[in-house]
Structure formats: C-alpha cells, structure tokens
Design a protein around this ligand. Structure first.
Ligand code: SF4
Length: 254
C-alpha cells in the first residue's frame, strides 16, 4: 500500500477538535465488517480457548476490539504492556477499561533491573542515538514482557489494520505470528478503515485515548510518539527521526 493510501483522509488542514468529529463515517460495509470481526473473535475463542488473549496497545483499534469482546461476552483475556514510558493518558485507560467493562486488564511490565541497567549504561534518551539502541530499548521494555504475556498462549488478538502502513498492507485476519512456534495472530479489524473505527467508537461510546484528538493516530511510548501532519502516514509519528519501517518488533516480520 502506498503512503498516500495509508495517509489520513484530510482534504485540508484539520481544525482542532475531537477525533470522532474529524474521522467518524459509518460506511455501507461497516455492519458486515462488525459481524465478521465478532465471528473472527468467536471462532478464535472456540479454537484456542484459554490459549487466546487480546494484547491491547490501548490504541483506538484495540479499544474497539475490547468493546466487541465485552459486548458479545466472549471469554477472552485482555492484557497490555506498561513500558514505563507511556503517556499518563494511555495509562488512565487501564482502570477505565476495567470500570467500563468489568474486565481485568493484565499489565505486563519490563524487568526493573534490566531497565535500570540499560538506562545507566545507555542513558534515558538512548532511543534517539541509534536504531540499534532504540531496538534495544524496545527489547527491554516491550519484547521481553511481551514474551511473558504470550507464554503458553496459542493465539493473540491485535488491532492491526492494512491501512495503517505499507508494512501492514498484507495483514490477514488469522495468520502465523512469525515466532516460529505456530502461534496465530488474529486481527479482526484488518480490513476496517480509520473512518469505520471512529464510527464504531461514536456509536458505542467506546472510551479512547484523548491523545488521538491531538493528531496522534498511533500512540506508543511518550518519547517515541509525536503528532502527525496533514497527508503523513498513520505511523509517521512513531520514531519519526528514523527512516525505518516504524515497527518495534511486536509485529515486524523479519
Ligand atoms: S517505543 Fe521508545 S521508549 Fe518505548 S520501548 Fe521502544 S524505544 Fe523505548
């Protein structure tokens, strides 16, 4: 998919406002897409049982999926990573989800000693110094706890959409996660558009990160996320100083 195709659908510079007002548009296809997403979640739940969990980034796509899981009473665990560098607005969604849906969100954090050692050796801003150090930081703060999150699981649910970037243009609803273990990655919103995600949020009043209102379509750690400009790729605000695929390893296929 080209950068153009994955750019936000703004015809002109956006006015300040909320993301729902800017993006939400209920398309003729959305009812069927919701039905298909619920069916994908149900099928995965039946197939994997307790081996399935939602790995939520707490981004808007994942909030929609959590809403679908809760609304349809699917027995699927929900988990998230707290890297230690998330925005306060992101962290606030954890109790918000628990309160709204009466569902526990399991929080996986990096090993404290590993973080201290890394920061003492490389500095608090190591991610800006080189791609290798940025990936090392992601390794300590994301990949290691993700490994613990997925241990013993046969499938995980993500909010990946094909529209998000060229690197995600081929995302399938159900695919091998590339770990070499045969584990499956389920992406029930793979064919949803940005407008459809926000139309769902609007209709079902899904809680979402207010940073999305500040032109951050993709939200990661605070030091590595910035707002994007008109016409930029969805993930242009992630590791914006790099000329990379904008992936941290969670979903990169090497
Ligand atoms: S996104 Fe940035 S702060 Fe977060 S783990 Fe990766 S490099 Fe570190």
């Amino acid at each position: 998919m080209s950068a153009e195709a994955s750019a936000l659908p703004w015809a002109s510079a956006p006015a300040a406002g909320n993301a729902i007002g800017l993006y939400a548009r209920w398309t003729p296809a959305l009812d069927a897409k919701i039905e298909a997403a619920v069916q994908a979640l149900r099928d995965a739940s039946i197939q994997h049982g307790a081996g399935l969990l939602q790995s939520s980034s707490l981004g808007v796509e994942d909030m929609v999926i959590t809403d679908l899981i809760a609304r349809h009473r699917l027995p699927i665990d929900i988990a998230t990573l707290d890297t230690g560098r998330l925005h306060a607005e992101t962290l606030a969604l954890i109790p918000a989800v628990q309160a709204r849906y009466s569902r526990e969100v399991a929080v996986f954090s990096p090993v404290a000693e590993a973080v201290i050692t890394f920061v003492q050796r490389e500095g608090d801003d190591a991610m800006y110094k080189s791609l290798d150090l940025r990936k090392a930081c992601c390794g300590v703060r994301k990949m290691e706890p993700l490994g613990r999150m997925l241990a013993g699981r046969s499938a995980w649910i993500t909010g990946l959409r094909r529209e998000q970037s060229g690197a995600r243009g081929e995302v399938a609803v159900d695919e091998d996660d590339g770990s070499g273990t045969g584990r499956r990655k389920i992406s029930p919103l793979a064919d949803w558009t940005w407008a459809e995600v926000w139309a769902y949020v609007q209709k079902y009043e899904v809680p979402y990160n207010p940073l999305h209102d500040q032109f951050m379509p993709s939200i990661g750690c605070a030091p590595c996320t910035r707002a994007i400009a008109v016409g930029e790729d969805f993930r242009a605000g992630r590791w914006w100083w790099e000329d990379s695929t904008k992936e941290c390893g969670l979903h990169a296929k090497s």
